[in-house]
Design a protein around this ligand. Structure first.
Ligand SMILES: [Zn+2]
Ligand SMILES: [Zn+2]
Length: 382
């Protein structure tokens, strides 16, 4: 039995049990279900039903698989339940970590120095938001983006978001008590969350769609070349005829009209291709998972000229990885950071790049709307 059909069987058993059905495992790889009447009606099954999940079915069993309409039936049954969840994941911390060495690998400051000042066990909350991305063009492409933040410091956790999510939702018999609220970082406000998601998503959507877009670009280039070659040939033939009949006024006039028609038609064909390959991308939030877990918190002091600021980065014991310092402007996945002179903001180099007009470098967190020198509004995230 494959991993996915086995997880699907376990999921089905848990869901139906939760909905009040009597569920029993039957061989090979199936379930026997005694469902209360309303549940049976909702799922369009008899009150006593047998399901099979592997290639070989138990006798009198209906096949339930990811490719059938069962995902949709279970989706309807769940409704809005299951869209947000919170799990406490009491993963054991190792006794000691080499904080200096760990920080050295994860922190890359281009214009500042830092010093590690301490390390201590702590609890944190990770917020993982799932978005469904659908791109429509001459073809359609679906994907899921998992956007994860450490609520203690805003760091994005792209490098271990998958591992964290799948491990945290493994059904475990967790009797450990979650830590007290006072030990945990606070919630984001709705506005903070919206602005963060708005800045963090575009880069990740681009990365998700990159292979699709390059394939699309290749098909578009190929079609444009074909159309161009075809009309170039037509035009060359027409020009030749024009050359031949220079003396014949009526013939010349006809050929000129033909040339104009060729140009018009070429233009129309290019417009058609533009329409065919126009891209629309829909992004919709689907689920949020919060994972509460212990971490080793490493305290750092960052120094830039005469300024100093403190920062705490969490080392995650499951992924054995340290947070990358957040870019306070773009929440990018890339690691390089610069510190701004005015208020010591930490950002990606792009968020402190020179103004495209007057060439003065400036911090986009200090000046999110426009360049402080020439007041040019770049209107676009770096
Ligand atoms: Zn400027
Ligand atoms: Zn700044």
């Amino acid at each position: 039995m494959s991993q996915s059909s086995s997880s699907f069987r376990d999921f089905t058993a848990r869901l139906l049990d939760y909905e009040g059905a009597l569920v029993e495992r039957v061989e090979p790889e199936g379930l026997e279900v005694l469902a209360p009447a309303p549940l049976a009606r909702e799922l369009q099954i008899p009150e006593l039903a047998r399901f099979g999940f592997a290639a070989e079915l138990p006798s009198n069993a209906e096949r339930v698989g990811l490719e059938s309409d069962w995902l949709e039936r279970f989706g309807n049954l769940l409704g809005e339940r299951g869209q947000t969840a919170r799990v406490t994941f009491p993963f054991a911390l190792p006794g000691q970590i080499d904080a200096e060495r760990i920080v050295e690998h994860a922190v890359s400051l281009q214009n500042a120095v830092y010093r590690v000042t301490g390390v201590a066990p702590a609890w944190t909350r990770y917020l993982i938001l799932l978005f469904q991305v659908t791109a429509f063009s001459d073809e359609k492409r679906d994907g899921i983006i998992k956007l994860g933040f450490n609520l203690a410091n805003g760091s994005t956790i792209d490098s271990f978001v998958d591992e964290l999510m799948f491990s945290a939702i493994e059904p475990a018999d967790s009797r450990d008590m979650p830590p007290a609220l006072s030990e945990l970082p606070p919630d984001l406000t709705q506005t903070q969350l919206q602005s963060r998601v708005g800045r963090a998503l575009p880069e990740r959507i681009d990365a998700q769609l990159a292979p699709f877009l390059s394939g699309m670009q290749r098909r578009l280039d190929r079609d444009l070349r074909r159309v161009h070659d075809y009309f170039t040939d037509l035009r060359a033939e027409s020009l030749q005829r024009l050359q031949k009949h220079l003396a014949d006024e009526a013939e010349t006039a006809r050929e000129r009209l033909r040339l104009e028609a060729i140009a018009r038609e070429y233009h129309a064909k290019v417009m058609d291709l533009q329409q065919k390959y126009a891209l629309r991308v829909d992004v919709a939030w689907t689920q949020t998972l919060e994972v509460v877990m212990p971490v080793q918190r490493i305290a750092i002091v960052i120094k830039r000229r005469k300024g100093e600021r403190k920062l705490a980065l969490d080392w995650n014991p499951l992924a054995r990885k340290l947070d990358i310092p957040l870019c306070e402007y773009s929440y990018t996945r890339s690691m390089a950071r610069m510190v701004c002179d005015e208020r010591l903001h930490l950002t990606s180099p792009a968020a402190q790049a020179p103004c495209t007009d007057c060439a003065k470098p400036y911090c986009r967190v200090c000046h999110p709307r426009q360049c402080p020198k020439c007041h040019l509004s770049e209107g676009k995230s770096p």
